[in-house]
Ligand binder design. Structure first.
Ligand code: HEC
Length: 110
């Protein structure tokens, strides 16, 4: 007797489940307005500035770099390698030289 009721209970249960009874309601995406960070968060224009802006702003602002003391080419090279090796910065290998040149031109030790 109870067994013969089981299919009925299942059918009713499925029909009563809201997500299925509702049918597929499409997800609505809305456009949101927001202000992008000001350009003073970027590296100043110059040869190689595109490379450094594209590769070095994902995790911290340009200030993190610009507020460092002037350093030698070797020190800047080591710094860029540290970002790549220690912090897994996804820098394209062909951009490393350009970035180091930019850093030396802007903040190279005399
Ligand atoms: C994947 C994330 C990531 C990217 C991309 C990245 N960095 Fe960093 N960077 C870090 C972290 C993490 C620190 C350490 C922050 C702290 O100590 O608070 C840091 C710190 C620094 C510092 C401060 C000195 C130091 O060693 O802590 C400099 C300079 C720097 N980064 C330069 C760069 C340059 C140049 C690039 C582009 C080649 C770059 N970063 C890209 C993660 C990143």
């Amino acid at each position: 007797m109870f067994r013969s009721l089981l299919p009925l209970v299942i059918v009713f249960g499925v029909a009563a489940t809201p997500s299925i009874a509702d049918g597929a309601r499409p997800i609505e995406l809305k456009t949101t307005q927001f202000d992008l960070p000001d350009s003073d968060r970027m590296f100043p224009d110059g040869p190689g500035s595109d490379a450094i802006n594209n590769n070095c702003l994902a995790c911290h602002s340009a200030d993190m770099v610009l507020n460092q003391p002037a350093m030698s080419r070797n020190a800047w090279t080591a710094e860029v390698k540290k970002m790549i090796n220690n912090y897994k910065a996804p820098v394209a290998p062909e951009d490393v030289g350009t970035i180091v040149e930019y850093l030396v031109a802007l903040k190279g030790a005399k």
